[in-house]
Design a protein around this ligand. Structure first.
Ligand code: PPE
Length: 305
């Protein structure tokens, strides 16, 4: 997914021209994956651009930092404001936003306690993460040969940069095999997560998704879909699922900030078919919510202007 360059990137409190937003090659996080980050989207609404659940994303960034013992040198509200400032400075209407807290230049070695901490925020327009066709036809999934880490290997409760090499192994394996995306099983062999999305299935009119104990990321889109489904009186169960539960599901879909809500067409070549009615309904409400069209979810739209 190519990046469309913008005008400015926010670095440690100031807007820096896009091409000058650089780090030293000995930056700690480049060597050890010791940073934490967020992926956020802003959508065009009738009242101008609105960042979807910005405060919740920044809160998760601080939780990730807390888990990895990083003292972020800014207050959460300062980063909330900085995200909005970055969007305004780049004159973006809808975009993807990537805040990164990283251990900077000056220390080497695994003890990061004395490392400096830097923060950057970039934003750029990002289209359909799993392809435009994914929304209408659904994506083809493959259960990965790579397992997802558990709570005592790399805490999935934190969104740390280094843990994504696990996701990349799975993603690249799936792409090389001719699929769109990978599903990762946990140590016990139950479904945990996709490489960059949460997994949902529909069975007998109910919605099922792996519990956080099964090691998915606690997705903010996942949380939004659970809330929307509950409001629509659709029963939701957080339940361990085997790969075969996906093969025999009535419907399945993925959720994530980058991917948004994408139907699953097949899993390991077992066809689920065209997007089903519940996937379509949830997707319809989700899109209206992010675009600020639903009074009920107005608190999720954090306006930039
Ligand atoms: N699981 C994983 C492993 C994951 O990376 C994401 C987000 C999710 C679930 C969904 O979480 P949420 O965005 O809060 O609903 N993945 C981010 C990174 C994607 C990337 O390529 O980078 C994202 O969607 O921004």
């Amino acid at each position: 997914m190519p990046i469309t360059p913008g005008k400015f990137i926010w670095m440690d409190g100031a807007l820096v021209p896009w091409d000058e937003a650089k780090v030293h090659v000995l930056t700690h996080t480049l060597h050890y994956g010791s940073g934490v980050f967020e992926g956020i989207r802003a959508y065009e609404t009738k009242r101008g651009p609105a960042v979807f659940r910005l405060t919740d994303h920044i809160e998760r960034l601080y939780q990730s930092s807390h888990i990895h013992m990083i003292d972020v040198p800014f207050r959460p509200q300062e980063l909330v404001d900085a995200v909005k400032e970055t969007i305004r400075a780049n004159e973006l209407t809808s975009c993807y936003i990537r805040p990164l807290v990283y251990r900077g230049y000056g220390e080497m070695g695994l003890n990061w306690l004395n490392c400096s901490v830097n923060v950057s925020i970039a934003a750029w327009p990002w289209g359909a993460y799993l392809g435009e066709e994914g929304f209408t036809r659904g994506v083809r999934m493959k259960v990965s040969s790579w397992r997802r880490y558990d709570h005592n290997v790399l805490p999935p409760a934190a969104k740390a940069t280094g843990q994504y090499i696990n996701s990349s192994l799975a993603k690249v394996e799936a792409i090389k095999g001719g699929y769109d995306e990978a599903i990762m099983l946990n140590k016990e062999g139950y479904v945990a997560d996709a490489s960059g999305e949460n997994v949902f299935l529909v069975r007998d009119g109910a919605l099922l998704t792996p519990p956080l104990s099964a090691c998915p990321l606690a997705g903010i889109t996942r949380d939004s879909i659970i809330r929307i489904a509950t409001d629509l009186s659709i029963p939701v169960y957080e339940s361990d699922m085997a790969r075969t539960d996906l093969y025999t599901a009535d419907e399945a879909f993925l959720t994530g900030t980058a991917a948004e809500l994408v139907p699953v067409r097949s899993v390991d070549d077992r066809e689920l078919g065209d997007p089903g009615p519940l996937t379509k309904k949830l997707s319809e409400v989700f899109w209206s919510a992010v675009k600020g069209d639903l009074e009920r979810y107005r608190a999720w739209n954090e306006y930039v202007g």
